[in-house]
Design a protein around this ligand. Structure first.
Ligand code: ATR
Length: 280
């Protein structure tokens, strides 16, 4: 029988996950499909029960349900527990629901696809202190990167993250701007620079040093103002398409045991988003 998978969230119509997973199912000759399901906050419990009853084999979870879904799952892996956020649910053969989080590990894989050698064992700066910063910071720490410094408009939130990640430090935006040239890896995780949301940059990029790897988790636009400015200063850049593709690939692997083709998918998503985008 054909299996089916889903992504639940509110809003959900913009999600690129269905076309990505459907293509991977087809390329790997799997009899399966993946659909977007619009679930409002107040309907989450009913939705989880329904997905289970209707035989869904696994699903992704996006805003605003990543934390609230935890109470309806049977098992949570340790990374998702630490994040207090789940983006992938597997329905186990015995019917139990297991939650995990592939967002931070997805970022690390997208980084390593291009720049692993350049970034290991060097100072890392993460701009932002929300859920994305936390997942990426923790995944980088677990993968042996660091030491990690967080800088954020609201310094207290950066300080809070430092209590969760060993040896992490917090800086004000002004302090980070001054010391930018000392980091070999800089990751922008705020919404600043996103199309239609907030134009601009989260901090002044003037002191970015030549040869630094600068990542932005935004993929629309494909190249944020921050990445453009970093590139002008000789940085190696990385946008958010890779993180998106790899978080999906890690979920796909959990469901099917197959590692899908991420490079082709990255190119395809870049085309869909209207552009050529070149890392150097
Ligand atoms: P996500 O899950 O995507 O990380 P989040 O948890 O809401 O989203 O976190 C948003 C991050 O973007 C925070 O670091 C936030 O800074 P504050 O903690 O000071 O709110 C940052 N952010 C959002 N808008 C910003 C802006 N206009 N300038 C600077 N930082 C901004």
């Amino acid at each position: 029988m054909k299996k089916w998978y889903a992504v639940i969230g509110d809003p959900i119509s913009q999600s690129m996950s269905p076309s990505m997973h459907d293509e991977w199912f087809e390329n790997n000759e799997l009899q399966a499909t993946y659909i977007p399901v619009h679930v409002k906050e107040e309907n989450l419990e009913d939705a989880v029960l329904s997905l289970k009853t209707l035989g869904c084999s696994g699903w992704n979870v996006t805003v605003p349900h990543k934390s609230s879904i935890i109470q309806y799952l049977d098992e949570i892996d340790s990374f998702a527990q630490q994040m207090n956020a789940v983006n992938t649910v597997e329905v186990l053969p015995n019917g139990l629901l297991r939650g995990s989080n592939t967002d931070g590990p997805g970022f690390v894989r997208s980084l390593e696809e291009l720049y692993e050698v350049r970034c290991k064992e060097s100072k890392v700066l993460i701009i932002g202190a929300g859920g994305a910063a936390r997942g990426i910071g923790y995944a980088l720490h677990k993968a042996g990167y660091g030491p990690i410094t967080f800088t954020n408009r609201t310094l207290d939130k950066a300080r809070q993250l430092c209590t969760e990640i060993p040896e992490a430090k917090a800086l004000t935006i002004a302090e980070a701007e001054q010391s930018l040239s000392t980091y070999r890896l800089i990751i922008q995780t705020t919404s600043v620079g996103m199309n239609f949301a907030q134009k601009g940059m989260p901090l002044n990029p003037e002191n970015i040093a030549d040869g630094t790897v600068v990542a932005d988790i935004i993929y629309n636009p494909l190249k944020t103002e921050f990445l453009i400015e970093a590139e002008k200063r000789g940085a190696f850049i990385l946008n958010g398409t890779g993180m998106f593709v790899h978080q999906g690939a890690l979920a796909f692997e959990k469901w099917t045991g197959i590692r899908p083709n991420t490079e082709e998918m990255n190119e395809k998503i870049t085309d869909t988003l209207g552009g050529t985008y070149v890392n150097r």
